[in-house]
Design a protein around this ligand. Structure first.
Ligand code: C2E
Ligand code: MG
Ligand code: MG
Ligand code: MG
Length: 285
């Protein structure tokens, strides 16, 4: 009886269980063709200097809308790329798009704006990330100082595997950002040693910041840490005007989030920049 019950339970759970594994399998199967067909794109989210209100950069975020799998999330895409042994092709696709945007930014009045890509910690074990980026940025004649690499604290700490590559990143002159800072466990000594340029504070610290004395203290302390270590500090996930206004008194220089701009396809950026400039001018007049 107990056995029957157990079996029935298993049968009940099986369909959902299987469809999840099926989806993962289908995503993996479809990825190579999608990369080759150009169906996997990078969208870009702006980063704003809170004092000058200027656009100081963009972050590239991978996007894939599959005809029958629907939208495939970035974590699903990244996992599939690793399972299908295509992590370098995924990063190459996003890096190429980042370079194409970088090449256009001077003509859009943003000659010093940076473009960032995300690299997952596991990738450093699978291939040489900076060698790939060297080839791509050179082919596009991109100044590495404007090309930013975002990695999480996990990758920073994994120096046994990735130490050489982090040195290579520094040698080539890329900007280096620590993503989701404060969510993991960084060694401050490594941050200094690796000449990290930017700390991107994890979104959890902005949530409800007006009401949370504790989050205000944390964000203020991290802004101070950035100043002490000569690292720019970026607050991500800023969703409202109230949140944006809370940041400057705390010493945060740069912000990114839905309040300033959602991720958008590259072709929408020129129009977005123009309407933003027009709005700022109206606000001053
Ligand atoms: P992340 O690098 O921390 O990127 C920020 C995420 O927060 C993005 O989600 C972005 O769309 C979202 N976001 C931005 N502003 C706001 C806001 O105001 N409120 C809220 N609630 N969310 C906001 P997305 O695009 O879904 O990406 C999720 C994660 O997937 C990224 O987190 C990054 O770790 C990873 N990822 C994205 N693209 C790539 C890629 O090309 N390669 C790799 N390896 N990872 C990627
Ligand atoms: Mg990021
Ligand atoms: Mg991240
Ligand atoms: Mg982040």
């Amino acid at each position: 009886r107990a056995k029957d019950g157990g079996r029935r339970q298993w049968r009940e759970f099986e369909p959902a269980f299987r469809s999840q594994a099926d989806r993962r399998h289908q995503v993996e199967q479809a990825l190579g063709d999608a990369l080759a067909a150009g169906d996997i794109e990078a969208w870009f989210q702006p980063q704003i200097d809170l004092t000058s209100r200027e656009i100081v950069g963009f972050e590239a975020l991978v996007r894939w809308h599959h005809p029958y799998l629907g939208p495939v999330s970035p974590p699903e895409i990244v996992a599939a790329a690793q399972a299908a042994n295509l992590p370098d092709r995924l990063t190459a696709t996003v890096a190429e798009a980042a370079c194409r945007l970088l090449a256009r930014l001077p003509s859009l009045g943003l000659p010093r704006a940076t473009v960032a890509i995300n690299v997952s910690p596991r990738e450093f074990d699978l291939y040489c990330v900076p060698s790939l980026l060297d080839r791509i940025t050179a082919a596009h004649h991109i100044d590495p100082a404007l090309f930013e690499i975002e990695i999480t604290e996990e990758a920073i700490l994994d120096t046994l595997v990735s130490g050489e590559q982090l040195k290579h990143i520094e040698r080539s002159g890329y900007k280096l950002a620590v993503d989701d800072f404060g969510a993991g466990h960084s060694s401050l000594a490594y941050l200094v040693q690796l000449k990290v340029d930017r700390l991107k504070l994890d979104r959890r610290f902005i949530t409800g910041i007006r009401a949370s004395r504790q989050n205000q203290e944390i964000v203020g302390a991290m802004a101070g840490l950035g100043r002490a270590l000569s690292m720019q500090v970026v607050m991500e996930g800023v969703e409202s005007e109230e949140e944006a206004e809370a940041l400057k008194p705390l010493g945060i220089e740069i912000a990114q989030g839905y309040f300033f701009g959602r991720p958008m396809p590259a072709e929408r950026i020129p129009g977005w920049i123009e309407s933003r400039r027009a709005a700022l001018k109206r606000a001053v007049a």
